[in-house]
Design a protein around this ligand. Structure first.
Ligand code: SF4
Ligand code: SF4
Length: 111
């Protein structure tokens, strides 16, 4: 008998699903990360180091921000940041609609 439910989308939701539902994956054990704006030198190194499957870092105005719903806490960006200003964010707040609208546009553009 073939196994019919081996690729259950609920067990491995992709980035597009996280963007569509504006929610974090349930199976991520690590908390997301956040960038401390007052310490960040906006070099964009973290933005380039975030794995494509997550794509959690964006420029927002003059700041560089991590979208907690897209951040698995992996933590590639932490290892690359030259000033060590990326911290665990246990108390993360949901991303606002304006930012989600921007993210949706970039996701469609990249598809
Ligand atoms: S912890 Fe990983 S997923 Fe989160 S922003 Fe950094 S590189 Fe991206
Ligand atoms: S790598 Fe560090 S200093 Fe550079 S933009 Fe990211 S958080 Fe800011």
């Amino acid at each position: 008998m073939p196994v019919e439910n081996s690729d259950s989308p609920a067990s491995a939701p992709g980035r597009n699903l996280r963007i569509a539902t504006r929610s974090r994956a349930d199976n991520w054990k690590k908390p997301p990360r956040r960038i401390e704006i007052s310490e960040c030198i906006t070099c964009d190194t973290c933005l380039r180091s975030c794995p494509e499957e997550f794509g959690a870092i964006f420029d927002r105005g003059l700041d560089v921000v991590i979208i907690p719903e897209l951040c698995s806490g992996c933590p590639s960006c932490v290892l690359e940041c030259p000033v060590d200003c990326i911290y665990v964010d246990e108390d993360w707040k949901p991303t606002d609609d304006a930012m989600w609208n921007h993210i949706e546009l970039t996701a469609e553009g990249a598809a």
